[in-house]
Design a protein around this ligand. Structure first.
Ligand SMILES: NC(=O)c1ccc[n+]([C@@H]2O[C@H](COP(=O)([O-])OP(=O)(O)OC[C@H]3O[C@@H](n4cnc5c(N)ncnc54)[C@H](O)[C@@H]3O)[C@@H](O)[C@H]2O)c1
Length: 259
């Protein structure tokens, strides 16, 4: 019970990685706040958690007023936010030459500006208590030049840098800020964005030869939310089966997907 009694906000918690994180938090004694643009999904997720206390809230992270309403609702109920997991996001797989201004702006506004709005609003509460944990969910696509990842990757790279700036500025307020960069994780987003060829390429390029699970991200989120990670600050933890580490991969038994 490493998170006993902690008020833990997970944005985009209605499904996928966010829902798995919320489940792991509840197992460690946290009080979950599930906030999602899918209000019904947030409510169902909270029911699924079976926690004795908790909140389900509607939010569009890309709208500052909506974000402030969400944080106010948490403060009205609990008086504080102890843990934020900035997880809400959308995928994107459009080639660089085809991406429209609308798609670019939508991706940046949810995946980067939205994460900024939520982090700033929560941190403004956390500074009052001189305590807090913020975990941003970025992506390996923010570190490597994946095909079709212009807007998505730029947003996630921006989020990694934002994590560092927040870590520098918020340390004096005892707010601990880190970043998790998942590799390919088996969720609805991946099912939508990854066709068979993409899947074959990932399975070849990942040393562990498989997609990760939402629960494997959740385990990292629990660690970074707990006191055990107190001196880890401004760090990006890749949870990717070795995808970032890999260079030349010679697999005598397995052909590269393009051959
Ligand atoms: N699945 C992967 O392979 C993978 C890899 C790297 C990073 N990520 C990141 O992990 C996070 C979660 O991804 P997932 O695979 O669980 O996705 P998902 O699509 O299954 O879940 C995303 C959730 O965010 C919510 N959401 C979307 N836009 C929102 C908005 N404007 N305001 C509030 N909520 C909103 C959705 O309703 C949904 O419940 C995302 O930030 C994603 O970029 C995922």
């Amino acid at each position: 019970m490493r998170l006993q009694g902690k008020i833990a906000l997970v944005t985009g918690g209605a499904r996928g990685i966010g829902l798995a994180i919320a489940k792991a938090f509840v197992a460690e004694g946290a009080i979950p706040v599930i906030a999602d643009i899918n209000e019904q999904g947030a409510g169902q997720a909270l029911d699924e958690l079976g926690a004795s206390d908790g909140l389900a809230l509607a939010v569009n992270v890309a709208e500052a007023a909506s974000v402030h309403g969400m944080v106010q609702a948490i403060v009205d109920r609990y008086g504080r936010v102890d843990i934020l997991v900035n997880n809400a996001g959308i995928g994107g797989n459009t080639p660089f030459l085809d991406i429209t201004p609308e798609e670019w702006n939508r991706t940046i506004s949810i995946n980067l500006t939205g994460a900024f709005f939520v982090a700033q609003a929560c941190a403004r509460e956390m500074v009052k208590h001189r305590s807090g944990k913020i975990i941003n969910i970025a992506s390996l696509s923010g570190q490597r030049g994946g095909h079709g990842r212009a807007a998505y990757g730029a947003a996630k790279a921006g989020l990694e840098l934002l994590t560092k700036v927040m870590a520098v500025e918020l340390a004096e307020s005892c707010i601990n800020v880190n970043n998790i960069a998942p590799g390919a994780i088996e969720t609805e987003m991946a099912k939508f964005a990854h066709d068979q060829a993409t899947r074959a390429a990932y399975n070849y390029l990942i040393p562990m030869t498989r997609y990760g699970t939402p629960e494997e991200i959740a385990d990292a989120a629990v660690f970074l939310s707990s006191d055990e990670s107190r001196y880890i600050h401004g760090h990006t933890l890749n949870v990717d089966g070795g995808f970032r580490a890999a260079g030349l991969m010679f697999r005598g038994d397995k052909a590269a997907p393009s051959s």
